[in-house]
Design a binder for this molecule. Structure first.
Ligand SMILES: C[S@@+](CC[C@H](N)C(=O)[O-])C[C@H]1O[C@@H](n2cnc3c(N)ncnc32)[C@H](O)[C@@H]1O
Length: 196
């Protein structure tokens, strides 16, 4: 999956990594920054997504589509599709560029809007990646978990970096009898849940 990343995807990943790196040092306002996951987290979620059982893949928080590209690699392996949600128009434009330039529309469906207006319509979820604002994590978690298929996987980013803001959601997940859950301390910390 990672040895032969298609050139258009690899080139776009490298460009977005460079923009994200610059964002973090040049004073770009928080709302405009891509705030994307690092490559190690991308590999981690793609590995998990590639092991997910049959069902839909969902991503909350597209930004410019960097994490979606990693998940698209897994989708091509498993022959699934991913639906990804982004609320901001400016980011949505970047994400559309990313998906057009990399040719991933065979596996990626993009929705521009507030994920909370759409998420309850997604059933039989096999894999979900939550990487939006901290405020939406709890609501998204509670909407997704009942709709995860047995063995379905939910990953939430920032479980260590934003531990304080996410504490009640994290405690809820770690004590949730519907899932096996733990926090994996790589990069910003990933909450990983598997539906029982
Ligand atoms: C941390 S960034 C996502 C980074 C992306 N996952 C990546 O690694 O490339 C969070 C994104 O979630 C979006 N977002 C926040 N609240 C949202 C909502 N309610 N619905 C959809 N997108 C939302 C933000 O606009 C922002 O672009």
């Amino acid at each position: 999956m990672f040895q032969n990343i298609p050139k258009p995807i690899l080139n776009r990943m490298r460009l977005l990594e460079e923009i994200d790196r610059q964002d973090r040092i040049d004073g770009t306002p928080h709302i405009q920054r891509l705030r994307q996951i690092p490559p190690e987290t991308g590999k981690f979620i793609a590995l998990l997504a590639a092991t997910a059982p049959p069902g839909q893949y969902v991503e909350i928080g597209t930004s410019a589509g960097y994490s979606t590209l990693w998940l698209a690699l897994a989708c091509r392996l498993t022959q699934r599709r991913i639906t990804t949600f982004e609320i901001l128009d400016a980011k949505a434009e970047l994400a559309r560029d990313t998906f057009r330039l990399t040719g991933v529309s065979d596996v990626v469906d993009f929705v521009c809007g507030d994920v909370r207006d759409h998420l309850s319509g997604y059933k039989d979820i096999a894999f979900c990646f939550i990487d939006g604002l901290s405020e939406v994590y709890s609501e998204c978690y509670e909407t997704v978990v009942p709709n995860l298929v047995p063995g379905g996987i939910l990953v939430a980013d920032n479980a260590v970096s934003h531990e304080h803001e996410l504490r009640s959601m994290l405690e809820n997940a770690l004590n949730d009898p519907r899932v096996d859950a733990l926090i994996v301390p790589i990069c910003k910390g990933e909450l990983v849940c598997r539906k029982i």
